[in-house]
Design a protein around this ligand. Structure first.
Ligand code: PLP
Length: 461
């Protein structure tokens, strides 16, 4: 374990606070600003006392305090270690979010995390080695490397049935960043319709550009197209697997949406964040296949591989693509070349296809465990035909908060739907994601979930 190098720890010998309290505060502040990592070893109380010119009673009392708070562990003589970290900021609590615990959650059931456990380590290393096999260069093509655009074109054709020319594919830094880029191309002060509940980072991307966001209801057949008001400049949606409710936009609604977009001149943003992960339902044509003239299609490597690659793709009508490219001249957005190269190298020799098969198998098995656990608790899991999360509907905000808080107290991080409302809404429930934790942890995490889903909380009116 690394012995951590401590930053300057200011102590006011003439102050009102005892030195041990000041020292504990200074260490806590340092930890909260990211100076320590879990596993770091702190200096002994004796050497820290010498370094600071205080008595050992002061350093021992400060360590004892932090030990009691739960983020230091260790015994006298065996070293003191950082085992968790205090909260990084004093941001106000988000309703339904897991907060207040000094430790990282024992089980992370939040949706949106990829399953890196099934990533074959040697294939991954091979992709990085191949991705590095280029001479250093200075020129950046902000549209993306040709090999990447070709690899995405192939991926879209094989997995999503979308036929594109590599020249029509733009590399992005991921779907969220691409949504922000699209937001920047809309006329100032536009009205943009977004699913509710929905992906809040998309809502924020539009609002950050000064657009007016209107909520759109969703049901088990996805976005309710008839509810789109007149006069919108864009509609953002997740047709393959509505985030978070899990509905799949029906064939009829797909056609209706594209027809309305054509008739009313709005752009449809199709966020296909996990469209490759489908279980026992047939694929429906992408909106981008039905309406290539009105749809901006967004894909990402974040759920298939990892968000640390920071790459995704955009396929959009030429005018939209050019407008995005034009903003890159000044915005500084330049999709990661390393990420693109790793993605294309991973795709080149079948490793991506093999990985996707493993991922689907693994996530499909986990899905069965989750649905069985929820059903055994007498509750309902909705939206499980695709992706890596389900929603367990709950009757009201009080039930949702009680379930989320109880899980948090037991070390399980999971979100409630309330966090994903972008306007007042009566849809409540627990969102359970199963990709991000080790497979071996899933049964224990699910036991805690079932215990929290008492019938008094889950019975719908
Ligand atoms: C609906 C939706 N879109 C996009 C993303 C993120 O994609 P990216 O990492 O490419 O920004 C997420 C992540 O959770 C998501 O839930």
């Amino acid at each position: 374990m690394p012995l951590v190098h401590l930053p300057p720890l200011p102590l006011d010998r003439d102050g009102d606070l005892p030195l041990a309290v000041q020292l504990a505060d200074a260490l806590r502040t340092a930890a909260a600003t990211g100076v320590f990592r879990a596993g770091d070893q702190l200096p002994s109380t004796r050497s820290l006392a010498t370094e600071l010119g205080v008595s050992r009673t002061v350093t021992a009392a400060a360590y004892d305090q932090l030990h009691a708070e739960g983020w230091l562990a260790g015994r006298h003589g065996a070293g003191t270690f950082v085992v968790g970290l205090p909260e990084r900021s004093a941001a106000p609590p988000v309703p339904g979010a897991v907060r207040g615990s000094a430790r990282a959650p024992r089980y992370d059931l939040r949706a949106g995390t990829p399953c890196v456990e099934v990533l074959d380590a040697s294939a991954w290393r091979r992709a990085w080695r191949a991705g590095a096999d280029f001479p250093p260069d200075l020129r950046v093509d902000v549209a993306g490397d040709h090999a990447f655009r070709a690899a995405v074109g192939e991926h879209l054709m094989r997995l999503r049935g979308l036929v594109t020319d590599p020249a029509d594919v733009l590399a992005t830094c991921g779907s969220t960043s691409a949504t922000a880029e699209l937001a920047a191309t809309l006329p100032a002060g536009s009205t943009v319709a977004v699913e509710n509940p929905g992906y809040l980072r998309a809502v924020e991307a539009f609002r950050a550009r000064g657009h007016h966001v209107v909520p759109l209801p969703v049901d088990e057949a996805g976005l309710v197209v008839e509810a789109i008001p007149g006069g919108v400049a864009a509609v953002y949606c997740t047709p393959a697997h509505q985030y978070p409710m899990g509905g799949r936009l029906s064939a009829g609604r797909r056609i209706a949406l594209v027809e309305r977009a054509r008739a009313e001149g709005f752009l449809v943003v199709e966020d296909d964040y996990d469209g490759e992960l489908r279980y026992d339902v047939a694929p429906l044509p992408l909106l981008a296949s039905l309406g290539p003239d009105v749809v901006a299609h967004l894909g990402t490597a974040s759920k298939l591989l990892t968000p640390t690659l920071a790459v995704g793709w955009l396929v959009a009508p030429p005018a939209v693509r050019d407008a995005v490219l034009a903003t890159r001249a000044t915005s500084g957005v330049r999709p990661s070349r390393a990420g693109q190269r790793v993605f294309s190298a991973f795709a080149a020799h079948g490793d991506l296809a093999r990985h996707l098969r493993r991922l689907r198998r693994e996530l499909g098995q986990r899905r069965e465990l989750v649905v069985a656990a929820v059903t055994a608790a007498g509750a309902r899991a909705v939206g499980d035909a695709a992706g890596a999360h389900v929603v367990v509907p709950l009757p009201d905000a009080a039930a949702e908060r009680a379930v989320v808080a109880e899980l948090a107290a037991r070390g399980v991080a999971a979100d409630g739907l309330e966090r994903l409302h972008n306007a007042p809404d009566e849809t409540y429930g627990l969102v359970i994601g199963w990709a991000g934790l080790p497979r071996t942890d899933l049964p224990a995490a699910l036991d805690l979930v079932t215990a929290s889903l008492q019938p008094s909380r889950t019975t719908l009116p």
